[in-house]
Ligand binder design. Structure first.
Ligand code: FES
Length: 149
């Protein structure tokens, strides 16, 4: 079997899907290679991610990783959500085929973009906290998780 049972479960029945009407942070990212898009909504209260949801125009692996990623950051402080790596999400899903690992980067980037948007709305410069989210032209990853440099 190419995909783990957990991946199939989250793909068939993704958690936290849809638009969050009262979100106070929204991030949208895309993968330049495949053209897939991910949008992440967070509702932050007192530094805690009270609610989170996502919408994606993406592949099954992107759906499964986003579903798992939203589960992992729900109810957590912003600092913890920022530390969530795509590797940790892939591990929580019992692995992904190597060719699909790049799909899991979308969820990590979308979470960071949503948190950056939240800080911006609070009048706080997100760059020192979230890092530089501008995409690397070569690989489409943000500079912090870019594998090209
Ligand atoms: Fe594009 Fe998976 S193939 S995110």
């Amino acid at each position: 079997m190419l995909y783990s049972a957990k991946v199939m479960e989250h793909f068939a029945n993704p958690h936290n899907v849809g638009e969050l009407k009262d979100a106070n942070g929204v991030g949208e990212v895309g993968n330049q290679k495949c053209g897939d898009i991910m949008k992440m909504y967070i509702k932050v209260e007192n530094g805690i991610i009270e609610d989170v949801s996502f919408m994606t125009f993406g592949c099954g692996a992107a759906i499964a990783t986003s579903s798992m990623a939203t589960d992992l950051i729900k109810g957590k402080p912003l600092e913890d959500a920022l530390k969530l790596t795509n590797k940790a999400v892939v591990e929580a899903l019992d692995g992904l085929p190597a060719v699909k690992v790049h799909c899991s980067v979308l969820a990590e980037q979308a979470i960071k973009a949503a948190i950056a948007d939240y800080y911006k709305r609070q009048g706080i410069d997100p760059t020192p906290i979230v890092g530089n989210l501008e995409e690397c032209e070569a690989c489409g990853h943000d500079h912090d998780s870019c594998s090209c440099n």
